[in-house]
Design a binder for this molecule. Structure first.
Ligand SMILES: O=C(O)c1ccccc1N[C@@H]1O[C@H](COP(=O)(O)O)[C@@H](O)[C@H]1O
Length: 211
């Protein structure tokens, strides 16, 4: 069954919602330019709440972090670190921290698909996202003429394929049927007036579980 990541959690009530409705992964964003950015202090409080539910894996979401930052996320107790942009060389090692590499793409990039995905055994999955992080826009998978071969390639490598970018309650079932991701990842699509909306989170998770 496809798993669900709800990303960009910033308030205790967001944690309550992901607990109540059965998300598999919960993401907290560390990126100063993002409206979803949280401080380390706030994140410590949120992660404490998340840890009460062992069924949810916590994900630190960041952009081109330093090695020290990655170490800090690990010390905070995150289960996974989702890295957009550059991955520090020292973090690409066998037996290293569990990472998801996030690849931001626009339209078909099949020609250079192989170059996009970093090969290192501590990369557990690839988040294939729209061109801009957290923008609520897809990378164009829904266009009929598009065919993407990378989901199959990722599966052959035995890594998770996480579909992200512009998912919402209207399109998520279509995305699952077309691309067969292991995980679907949403942020903007479960927000109302700039904050997470518990009812949209409930509907999104229900749509995935009934697909
Ligand atoms: O949400 C952000 O602001 C953000 C900032 C920096 C890196 C990633 C960010 N979000 C990630 O974007 C995808 C999809 O988001 P959306 O559903 O299109 O809004 C998701 O992986 C978020 O973790």
């Amino acid at each position: 069954m496809t798993k669900v990541k709800i990303c960009g959690l910033s308030r205790p009530e967001d944690i309550e919602a992901v607990n109540a409705y059965g998300a598999d992964y919960a993401g907290i964003v560390f990126f100063e330019k993002s409206k979803r950015n949280v401080s380390y202090e706030k994140a410590e409080m949120l992660i404490k709440e998340l840890k009460k539910n062992p069924k949810i894996q916590s994900v630190a979401v960041c952009v081109s972090p330093s090695q020290d930052e990655v170490g800090k996320f690990n010390d905070m107790g995150f289960d996974l670190i989702q890295i957009h942009g550059a991955i520090p060389a020292d973090c690409q090692s066998d037996g290293g921290l569990a990472l998801w590499q996030a690849v931001n793409i626009a339209g078909s990039t099949e020609e250079n698909a192989d170059e996009l995905f970093v090969q290192s055994s501590n990369i557990r999955g690839y988040v294939v996202d729209g061109a801009e992080y957290g923008s609520g826009k897809t990378f164009g998978w829904e266009a009929e003429e598009q065919t993407f071969v990378f989901p199959e390639k990722l599966k052959i490598q035995n890594r998770q394929f996480i579909l992200a970018g512009g998912l919402n309650i209207e399109n998520v079932q279509n995305g699952i049927r077309m691309l067969h991701p292991d995980v679907v990842d949403v942020s903007s699509g479960v927000e109302r007036n700039g904050v997470k909306d518990a009812d949209l989170i409930r509907k999104f998770i229900s749509a995935v579980k009934h697909c």
